[in-house]
Write a protein that binds this ligand. Structure first.
Ligand code: ZN
Ligand code: ZN
Length: 218
């Protein structure tokens, strides 16, 4: 699947994930994408390697609070480093391992709720800063109207959808902000299954630049 992926995670999101400070709902979507995508997994591992090397070379003592090293140090002390699969998991079903853990199984274990028009959703239990849900959109149907007050990440697991002339197929991730105005429509043929996370706007928007900036200056 990985070579067909055209739409990836941003560096900012990978960095925020590497620090273990994304809301749980986004963590799950990032972990799901990274499990499916060799390219993003390699970028994530590179960021983590750079973080470790900088820590070794400079040492925490020479850097003041708010620095990269202090950030990494406090994250490690808090035991927040996320578990990232180092190698692609063996695929026996539709869901990669991180998602399977949340669902408690594969597609047949999902407890769907109808939203009308054949569209179904299943909200997965996470911390409250952000929400993540599985969406089932019959082929040819439009995605349900979903909130756009902040960041939204939509990971395609099966099928495809089109959004403003751009196709998002299996493995692709769409990252939308509150500026994005869109009406995604599932492609004809195969029913579309996505994992979509949305946040409470202020919390994440403030967090992301704060976490990403120290890294990006390296
Ligand atoms: Zn990717
Ligand atoms: Zn959207």
């Amino acid at each position: 699947m990985t070579r067909e992926i055209k739409h990836h995670l941003t560096d900012e999101l990978l960095l925020a994930y590497a620090t273990g400070d994304l809301p749980e709902a986004f963590n799950l979507v990032v972990a799901t994408h990274v499990s499916l995508c060799d390219e993003c997994r390699a970028r994530l591992e590179a960021f983590e390697a750079v973080g470790g090397a900088v820590l070794d070379e400079i040492g925490e003592a020479t850097l003041s609070g708010g620095s990269f090293a202090a950030t990494m140090g406090s994250i490690r002390a808090a035991g927040k480093t996320p578990i990232v699969p180092a190698t692609p998991p063996r695929r026996t079903g539709l869901f990669p391992a991180p998602l399977r853990d949340y669902v408690g199984g594969d597609l047949d274990a999902v407890r769907w709720r109808g939203l009308g028009g054949g569209v179904r959703q299943a909200i997965l239990p996470t911390s409250r800063e952000a929400k993540v849900r599985l969406l089932y959109i019959p082929a040819g149907a439009a995605l349900p109207d979903h909130g756009h007050s902040g960041l939204e990440m939509t990971q395609v697991l099966q099928g495809a959808f089109g959004d403003d002339g751009i196709r998002f197929g299996p493995g692709d991730i769409e990252i939308a902000t509150e500026d994005t105005h869109h009406t995604p429509v599932a492609e004809e043929g195969v029913d579309c299954i996505c994992l979509a996370a949305t946040d409470a706007p202020l919390k994440f928007k403030a967090l992301l630049p704060r976490m990403a900036q120290p890294f990006l200056r390296i």
